[in-house]
Design a protein around this ligand. Structure first.
Ligand code: SF4
Ligand code: SF4
Length: 381
């Protein structure tokens, strides 16, 4: 395994590959029923391979990921082999006292007296406002002082503008966690966000290096591009190598579900030094990105300039879900997510009244009301 360091936490060596605990093996198709024996074997394999960072969240696996992790670390005796990371469910916090209530519940679930890394989960412009309004930063700083957490950061899903606002808005960040892969190079925080954070000495953890697994089984056209390289290399390796390429990246999280995946991912990370891909290899990845981008339905960069909509439509998220469904052939999964995450909250395309307020704000010139209706029809038909 290769190890890297966060500029602001130089005393720790972090494995370039980390084990994400959001897609653990389960029993009977129930996301809340984690297969304990299989998880134990994965932890043993991860430690054997030199992986030393585990990532969970309050909500993963219907709230069972942290509990399963704590129990597995206890059974295997491997607590000291890993840095533990988990995330505060910002959207569930209703009042200032909730920060501590959630942390204590998470420590109990994990069976530990401290977390090595603690994150505000999935910050966006709106959630960042909430964190500040409800004293989240002061609460986390208190947890650091009393030793319940060691290092403080956030994970992120919103526009590059929002990312910069958050990075620039607090001097105490020690790390950040962003989505990054060869298709999403310029999506959300993206490459520009990585560099912006690095300029402030904030190292990045990468999530979604495989876009929920889609990039490990790409369509024939992308495979053909990869096969043009003289050295045989699996799509998985192309995707992970891209995520590990920037020197600003400290570790790449992959949600793993088996010992074989742990070994494969760790093997790839063990040979992936920063800045090691050639121009020719990057050109092949550009070709693969171009293929996916051609399948994109709406040229929305998710910049968020069109927000807020007076009728509550989450415009970038509607387009993001629509594009994702079309680009990765995941219509059933994305449609279900659209209904749960947006329609239920009244933030779907069907809430648009075509008032036109957003139209002059979009730098891409997207005919937003018309395209929202199209996205809504596609995701609900
Ligand atoms: S046109 Fe639709 S999406 Fe745009 S601001 Fe008006 S209601 Fe919102
Ligand atoms: S619709 Fe336009 S303004 Fe809104 S997020 Fe997309 S690109 Fe940005």
């Amino acid at each position: 395994m290769l190890y890297r360091r966060f500029p602001r936490i130089p005393e720790l060596e972090i494995s370039a590959m980390s084990l994400g605990c959001m897609r653990l093996p389960t029993i009977g198709g129930d996301a809340g029923a984690i297969d304990e024996a299989a998880f134990d074997a994965m932890l043993v394999a991860a430690a054997d391979q030199g992986i030393n960072y585990l990532d969970s969240a309050y909500v993963y696996h219907k709230g069972m990921s942290e509990k399963a992790m704590g129990a597995a670390l206890d059974r295997t005796g491997l607590r000291k082999s890993f840095h533990l990371a988990t995330k505060s469910p910002v959207w569930l916090v209703k009042e200032a006292g909730d920060w501590e209530r959630f942390l204590d519940e998470q420590l109990a679930r994990l069976g530990t007296d401290h977390l090595d890394f603690y994150l505000f989960h999935a910050l966006s412009h709106e959630r960042w406002d909430k964190v500040r309004r409800l004293g989240g930063l002061e609460a986390f700083e208190g947890f650091k002082r009393d030793g319940r957490i060691r290092h403080l950061g956030f994970s992120f899903h919103d526009s590059l503008t929002a990312f910069k606002e958050i990075i620039d808005g607090y001097p105490g960040w020690e790390f950040c966690q962003i989505q990054y892969n060869y298709v999403d190079r310029d999506f959300q925080a993206g490459q520009a966000g990585l560099r912006h954070a690095a300029a402030k000495e904030i190292g990045a953890i990468i999530m979604e290096p495989l876009r929920g697994g889609a990039l490990a089984s790409p369509p024939a056209e992308v495979r053909a591009a990869f096969n043009s390289w003289p050295v045989p290399r699996l799509p998985l390796e192309w995707a992970l190598r891209f995520a590990l390429e920037p020197q600003e990246v400290v570790t790449v999280l992959s949600g793993m579900a088996s010992v074989r995946q742990v070994q494969e991912n760790a093997g790839i990370a063990s040979a992936a030094r920063p800045n090691s891909l050639t121009q020719a290899e990057m050109a092949i990845l550009d070709e693969a990105r171009t293929f996916y981008k051609r399948r994109e339905r709406v040229p929305c960069s998710t910049c968020g300039y069109c927000q807020p909509c007076p009728n509550g439509v989450n415009i970038p998220e509607v387009f993001s879900i629509y594009n994702s469904a079309a680009m990765y052939d995941t219509k059933a999964d994305r449609s279900a997510w659209y209904k749960v995450s947006l329609l239920k909250a009244g933030a779907g395309g069907n809430s648009c009244t075509a008032c036109g307020v957003c139209l002059p704000k979009c730098p891409q010139g997207i005919e937003i009301p018309y395209r929202l209706a199209e996205a809504h029809d596609y995701l609900t038909e």
